[in-house]
Design a protein around this ligand. Structure first.
Ligand SMILES: [Zn+2]
Length: 430
């Protein structure tokens, strides 16, 4: 009997709220037990304190609906009969249903990927209770709020205040809580990197760490670091004359990039095809376009960034297709390197990614994986100007690949990118 009591106490101790920033714990969802990782949530620089911890499952952060909607200044209604949720703020109404990927935003039918489906989650701690959990990023971004992810601290940071209206005090506060050094991985991204890219990126970071900083900065045509200390971050990009955009078809030559599920389609060829068509559209629109490669050749990542820096380009855009072990991973995402993480940047980066992502999804109807801050990517983080990397679909997914192999679909992708560029130029340049 005593033994059982000891075990019970031990059990209780294990499940008592941990002091650590992040930890694993078990929850029950649809009658199965899952180990999940606890996540922090900060809204406008303030920690979201919830009795039941937000958690990460399959790379998605889930939060108890009541607490998050309150904090975002929204209202929530729960329909027990249909197990459906209505979340409302001044501008949007989101309707979701437990275990369903179908979502209505202002009555428009949409779908979320299966890892973002709302769930009834049973907690054991702080006590046995079942909570309605919703995907944090989807809710926040649908309401138009910015979500940043800090992988080191395992904290999602949400800002509901438009940056232009922020008081300086609040701004520095938000900057402080969301700034981080080495965000090597976003929790949402399945971003594919070739072995060649991994090698190069590692070497580059090693050189930066080992006192060869000046050499690296010089090779990238970047000013020495101490001259960038007093940077002022601007929302809008200053463009003088004709806008100059560098289009970078990923991989090439000995680096084939991802190999498709059909074992013959190579990412490097698709990237070049998209980039070539994009180049002519952008030129027709009156932009100045520079390609980092226009044939099947290998170009180092730093050299791609240098093309942008040397030419004082206004925009840098890297074209890629994605790949993942899980064949059901699908859809489009746009990666960027936040100016909060990358000191050489002096313009807000995510707006370009946002415009591209929105336009790409609109044009193609592809699964919307969102925009993701990945400051460790060489081409976006070593370019001075506004940069983004588009992942135009998973060639590891038979469904995505089928579409991608259709020339008409490539045209949709190209048009999506081109319209996204226009959208950025119209709204975020001066
Ligand atoms: Zn790639």
């Amino acid at each position: 009997m005593k033994k059982i009591l000891y075990l019970a106490i031990l059990f209780a101790l294990i499940f008592i709220n941990p002091i650590y920033a992040s930890s694993n714990f078990n929850v029950t969802i649809n009658n199965s037990i899952f180990k999940v990782k606890s996540a922090g949530v900060e809204i406008n620089g303030e920690k979201l304190n919830t009795e039941f911890k937000p958690y990460i499952k399959n790379g998605r952060t889930f939060v108890p609906i009541r607490e998050i909607t309150e904090k975002l200044g929204a209202n929530v209604n729960w329909d027990n009969k249909n197990k459906s949720i209505t979340i409302k703020n001044d501008s949007k109404i989101i309707k979701m249903q437990i275990d369903s990927s179908t979502v209505f935003v202002n009555d428009k039918k949409m779908s979320v990927d299966k890892d973002q489906v709302p769930k009834l989650t049973s907690y054991k701690t702080p006590r046995s209770e079942t909570k309605t959990m919703v995907p944090l990023r989807f809710i926040s971004e649908t309401f138009g709020y910015d979500v940043d992810w800090d992988n080191d601290k395992v904290v999602a940071t949400i800002s509901t205040i438009k940056s232009a209206n922020l008081s300086e005090e609040k701004k520095s506060n938000i900057q402080k809580v969301s700034s981080n050094k080495n965000t090597n991985n976003s929790n949402n991204s399945l971003f594919y990197q070739s072995n060649q890219e991994k090698k190069e990126t590692k070497k580059l970071e090693n050189n930066l760490d080992s006192g060869k900083k000046e050499e690296v900065f010089d090779s990238l045509s970047l000013e020495p670091e101490d001259e960038q200390k007093n940077r002022v971050i601007k929302d809008k990009l200053q463009v003088n004359g004709k806008l100059k955009i560098v289009v970078d078809p990923g991989h090439g030559g000995k680096d084939s990039g991802a190999v498709a599920v059909d074992t013959k389609t190579l990412e490097k060829d698709l990237n070049l095809e998209v980039a070539s068509r994009l180049c002519s559209i952008l030129k027709n629109k009156g932009y100045d376009v520079i390609m980092t490669r226009s044939r099947d050749e290998y170009i180092k990542l730093v050299d791609r960034a240098s093309v942008s820096n040397d030419n004082n380009a206004d925009l840098f855009l890297s074209i890629h297709f994605n790949s993942a072990d899980n064949p059901s991973a699908s859809g489009i995402e746009v990666l960027y390197a936040s100016e909060k993480n990358v000191k050489i940047k002096d313009t807000v980066q995510k707006n370009f990614a946002k415009c591209l992502q929105k336009s790409l999804v609109k044009e193609t109807g592809a699964n919307d994986r969102g925009i993701i801050n990945r400051p460790a990517i060489a081409v976006t983080s070593k370019t001075k100007t506004v940069a983004a990397l588009v992942e135009l679909g998973f060639i590891s997914s038979p469904d995505d690949l089928n579409k991608i192999k259709d020339s008409d679909y490539i045209d949709l992708l190209v048009r999506g990118i081109a319209n996204g560029v226009d959208d950025y130029v119209n709204n975020y340049t001066e």
